[in-house]
Design a protein around this ligand. Sequence first.
Ligand SMILES: NC(=O)c1ccc[n+]([C@@H]2O[C@H](COP(=O)([O-])OP(=O)(O)OC[C@H]3O[C@@H](n4cnc5c(N)ncnc54)[C@H](O)[C@@H]3O)[C@@H](O)[C@H]2O)c1
Length: 342
Amino acid sequence: VKRVEVALGERSYPVLVGAGTLGHLPTLLPQACSRVAVVTQRAVGAEVVTGRDQEVFFIGDGEQAKSLATVEALVRGFARYGLNRSGAVVGLGGGVVTDVAGFAAAVYHRGVPVVQAPTTLLGQVDAAIGGKTGVNLPEGKNLVGAFWQPLAVVCDTAVLRTLPPREYRSGLGEMAKYAFLGVPDLPSLPIDEAVARCVECKARFVTEDERESESLLAGAGAGRALLNYGHTLAHALENVGRYDLRHGEAVAIGLVFAAHLARALGRVGDERVAEHERVVAGYDLPARLPPAVDRVSLVESMHRDKKVTGSGLTFVLDGPAGLEVVRDVPSGTVEQTLAELR
Ligand SMILES: NC(=O)c1ccc[n+]([C@@H]2O[C@H](COP(=O)([O-])OP(=O)(O)OC[C@H]3O[C@@H](n4cnc5c(N)ncnc54)[C@H](O)[C@@H]3O)[C@@H](O)[C@H]2O)c1
């Protein structure tokens, strides 16, 4: 078992990585905890034994299930079950489950403990770590949420065996992002080791900037916002919603796009762009925009991105000093780069 610490003072917690780590769940719950609400989806197919009185709550599948309506149904279920502050929530599933379960835990009784047990590769390397929880609105993704750090995260890599291949590849899209955040040799590592390295990297960013506030104030350099590398275009592709893309596939396209945009702005050369293309292709992920993409809607959506603070477009971009937050990127350059990526 590999153990990675997310260091956040009194809210610090361990992330256990390895096959069979779900078996450690009973020891990760508070000793006094007598009731556990397990939030999951039917397709997940993994089971947990918490060693406590437990009830399983199923939520629907996909982004539509990541809604306030789902949270309402869940917390009403918790109330009927008699869950209170001496109980706990376990999120057992992909990013949709851990985002919803974490948010329900954050608001139920003004906050009950949650242990996250991500069952997708994307959840294990990213979504379940760092305490960002939330749901979508019809107006956009992730618009309602809370920071609510888990008590522990259990990345049981054995449960990834049942993951559909496309979902696995989607997780590799987030893994590709870590390659550009300075995690070397990921493709050559066994999966447990690769997951643990990504978790370590994410944990460092979360420790440095738990609420993504420093990066917004400081402008360039460090900060949790760098974890959004490749995500400005990815979120736009997901928000426009007409393209059949998994999150990690959209991120893969977003990474290659970010490299092309950095080159258009004179920040990197051809070799760095080729490296982005190589990493993404190595994971068998898409690197070009879907056919018939609506560039105008994409740019409009990027303008509405909640990370935008000024009037112009903001991206995390590679450059001579590594990744940085770059503001006021001209729309024209963005549109031209989108055209290049068709
Ligand atoms: N909070 C964060 O920091 C953060 C970061 C990245 C992504 N996210 C969110 O994560 C979500 C995407 O998560 P995802 O890619 O895990 O998708 P997902 O949660 O929709 O899971 C994908 C599919 O796999 C199924 N599944 C899950 N585990 C399985 C298993 N072991 N075997 C078989 N099937 C299984 C699910 O039921 C689902 O149908 C998005 O909503 C995104 O916004 C959150």
